[in-house]
Design a protein around this ligand. Structure first.
Ligand SMILES: OC[C@H]1O[C@](O)(CO)[C@@H](O)[C@@H]1O
Length: 315
C-alpha cells in the first residue's frame, strides 16, 4: 500500500444551527458534528480511497470521543500524540443564514504534536486555523520550510475565518508566505473577498503564481463552480444545480477531491504537479466541484465516498 497523505491541523466539533438556534442546549435544534477543515479533508481523502494520516490534537472528553470514533470509523490514521487526555476538544459554533451559508465562532487552542515526514509520503496538506493560530502555526511554518527539498507535494487551503484573524492585511501576508511554500493553493471566493477586497479571483491566482514553487491555484465560487489556474492553463468549471442543505465542509470536500484527483494522475510526490495539463486541471476541478456539491446536499461536513461520487455523477 502507498504511504499516506499527511494532513495537519485542527479537528473539532461543529455545533451547527440557524441564526435563532445556535445555543448548545437551547431548543434542541443544533447538531454537534465532527469538523475542523483539515480533519474534514482527511476524512474526505480516506472516503475517496486515499490512505491518510492526520496530525491534530483533541481530548478524551465526550466531543473528543465523538471525533476519534468518526476519524477511526472513516479509516483516517491518527499521528501519535493527536489524542491527549489533558487537552479540551475545540469547538466551532456555525450559524447558518437562510441560504445555508455558515459563519463560525470558535473555542479553540492549537498545539500539534511533533511534525515529521514519512518516507514515500505523496503529499502534505494543511490550512485553516491551524496555520494562523499560535503556537501551532509556527510549528507548521517551520515544518513547511523543512519540506523545501523533499520529494513531496504541498497543498494549502487558507480557509480564512475572520473571527480568528480579523485583519485582512496581516492575514494575507501570512497566507502569501505559506502559499509560497506550497505547490497547490485552494481558496474560496469568500476568502478572496476578505483577504484581497477589490481584486478578482484571477488577479489573486496570478499573484500567488508569482511564487517560484506554486504551480496551481484553484478558487471555488460557491454555486457558480470553480476557477483553476496553472502556469499554462486556465479552466472555469460550472457547478451542477443542487438543493443546498448547508455549506459546512463543502470547501473541504472540494480540497480532498482535488488531492485525490491529482493522486490518481500520479502528479503528487516529487512530481509536484509538473506536467499538469489543462485537461487534467479541468478533470480534477470538475471532480472536486461535484464532491463539494454532494456535501452541500447533506448536513454538516459530510464528504462523499468514491461510490457515492460515482453513483451521483457517474464514474
Ligand atoms: O476548521 C474551521 C471550520 O471550517 C470547517 O472545516 C468548514 O470549512 C468547519 O468544519 C470548521 O469548524
Amino acid at each position: 500500500m502507498s504511504a499516506p497523505v499527511l494532513v495537519i491541523g485542527e479537528a473539532l466539533v461543529d455545533i451547527v444551527g440557524t441564526a435563532a438556534k445556535t445555543t448548545r442546549n437551547g431548543n434542541g435544534k443544533t447538531n454537534a458534528t465532527p469538523g475542523g477543515s483539515p480533519a474534514n479533508v482527511a476524512v474526505g481523502l480516506a472516503r475517496l480511497g486515499v490512505p491518510t494520516e492526520l496530525v491534530t490534537r483533541f481530548g478524551t472528553d465526550a466531543y473528543g470521543d465523538q471525533l476519534g470514533a468518526h476519524l477511526f470509523g472513516n479509516g483516517v490514521q491518527l499521528a501519535p500524540g493527536s489524542v491527549d487526555p489533558n487537552f479540551r476538544t475545540s469547538t466551532a459554533t456555525a450559524t447558518l443564514d437562510a441560504a445555508g451559508v455558515a459563519t463560525y465562532q470558535f473555542d479553540i487552542t492549537w498545539e500539534p504534536p511533533a511534525l515529521s515526514l514519512s518516507r514515500g509520503c505523496p503529499a502534505v496538506h494543511t490550512g485553516s486555523i491551524a496555520t494562523v493560530l499560535e503556537p501551532g502555526a509556527a510549528a507548521i511554518r517551520e515544518f513547511l520550510k523543512s519540506l523545501a527539498d523533499q520529494p513531496v507535494t504541498v497543498t494549502l487551503d487558507p480557509n480564512a475565518r475572520p473571527s480568528i484573524t480579523p485583519d485582512p492585511v496581516s492575514t494575507w501576508s501570512a497566507v502569501r508566505a505559506l502559499a509560497a511554500m506550497s505547490d497547490l493553493v485552494k481558496l474560496s471566493d469568500e476568502d478572496c473577498e476578505f483577504l484581497r477586497p477589490g481584486s478578482t479571483p484571477l488577479d489573486i491566482a496570478e499573484e500567488l503564481l508569482t511564487a517560484e514553487r506554486t504551480q496551481c491555484v484553484v478558487i471555488t465560487r460557491g454555486g457558480k463552480g470553480a476557477l483553476g489556474v496553472s502556469r499554462d492553463a486556465r479552466v472555469d468549471v460550472t457547478a451542477p444545480a443542487i438543493e443546498v442543505v448547508d455549506t459546512v465542509g463543502a470547501g473541504d470536500s472540494f480540497m480532498s477531491a482535488l488531492i485525490a484527483g491529482l493522486e490518481t494522475r500520479e502528479l503528487l510526490g516529487e512530481r509536484r504537479l509538473t506536467g499538469l495539463t489543462s485537461e487534467d486541471l479541468r478533470e480534477v476541478v470538475d471532480y472536486a466541484v461535484k464532491a463539494a456539491a454532494i456535501t452541500c446536499t447533506r448536513h454538516g461536513a459530510d464528504p462523499p465516498t468514491v461510490a457515492e461520487h460515482a453513483a451521483r455523477w457517474g464514474a
